[in-house]
Design a protein around this ligand. Structure first.
Ligand SMILES: Cc1cc2nc3c(=O)[nH]c(=O)nc-3n(C[C@H](O)[C@H](O)[C@H](O)COP(=O)(O)OP(=O)(O)OC[C@H]3O[C@@H](n4cnc5c(N)ncnc54)[C@H](O)[C@@H]3O)c2cc1C
Length: 260
């Protein structure tokens, strides 16, 4: 059971950060994951007064506040248009609409969950994260950082001309994914991410032309990626899924349109 001693509605990032440094404190997102934990929280830090909910279009990039919900991302017209609907494709099987109306971008990214659809799609789109007070780091760097006690304030998505595809395998609808894959083809590079390995997603960057057939790319990525087994899938099955899903996603972005 989760127990909380003190609730703090922070009135500034400084106040939130200071409170977050104390032993056993926790920043609150939508609390969907947090509430399932068996933790004793000394101070629960609510960021809802800090204006972190919403998607800003800054011309060359989107700046997404940490308290933006997954459903807001999924239904955002600009994100849908500029990224070919891939964010909606990645998020729509996460539990249900009511759940995605509560789950936040901050909690989803900060958690760096080994089953995350959110990290897989953001990583492929070249996201970075704004941390208070450390500043901006790429999501890829953030995925490898441990023991961070910063406040995640925003996720940045650069706007580029891209073709995108998302593929995931779930044993049953709305379950955690057994594997997920995102492919993003820009003018100069093809990025493929593989997540739910079940470790934090990894990214591969290849030249936009001449990297081989979809099957060759998939074979190489499946060989290089580290997978593990858990109750949803074995390491061997995940490697097999990787071959299949990467080949389909790569075919999709090059316009060959495989069916899952
Ligand atoms: C039953 C269930 C099924 C799920 N299925 C999927 C799935 O299929 N695919 C998928 O991608 N995800 C899935 N998720 C994860 C979910 O989508 C959210 O990512 C998760 O609940 C965390 O988001 P939250 O807003 O609830 O954060 P919380 O639970 O409130 O917080 C999560 C962690 O992040 C910290 N935190 C929150 N916000 C910040 C911040 N701004 N700065 C610093 N630290 C912060 C908290 O202290 C906590 O440690 C599932 C979760 C549950 C409970």
């Amino acid at each position: 059971m989760l127990t909380i001693d003190r609730y703090l509605r922070a009135s500034s990032l400084e106040e939130a950060y200071e409170a977050a440094q104390k032993k056993n404190s926790a920043v609150l997102g939508g609390m969907l994951w947090l509430r399932l934990s068996h933790r004793h929280v000394s101070t629960a830090i609510d960021l809802s007064a800090l204006g972190l909910c919403g998607v800003e279009d800054l011309g060359d990039r989107y700046r997404i506040g940490a308290y933006t919900t997954l459903r807001m991302l999924e239904t955002h017209e600009g994100l849908h248009r500029d990224f070919g609907g891939v964010i909606g494709d990645a998020l729509r099987d996460i539990v249900g609409v009511q759940f995605r109306n509560l789950a936040t971008v901050g909690g989803s990214v900060f958690g760096r969950f080994g089953f995350s659809d959110v990290v897989t799609v953001f990583l492929a789109l070249g996201a970075s994260v704004e941390l208070y007070p450390s500043g901006t780091v790429s999501l890829e760097t953030f995925c490898g950082m441990r023991g961070v006690k910063d406040i995640l304030t925003h996720v940045i998505l650069p706007k580029r001309q891209v073709r995108t595809a998302y593929r995931a395998m779930r044993n049953t609808a709305t379950d955690f994914p057994s594997l997920n894959v995102c492919a993003v083809l820009a003018e100069d590079a093809l990025t493929v991410t593989v997540g739910a390995r079940p470790l934090c997603a990894v990214a591969y960057r290849l030249p936009a032309a001449g990297a081989g057939t979809a099957e060759e790319i998939a074979e190489k990525i499946a060989k290089e990626t580290v997978f593990a087994s858990n109750s949803r899938a074995s390491e061997t099955y995940r490697r097999h899924l990787c071959r299949v899903l990467v080949a389909r996603a790569v075919d999709d972005v090059y316009g060959k349109g495989g069916e899952s």
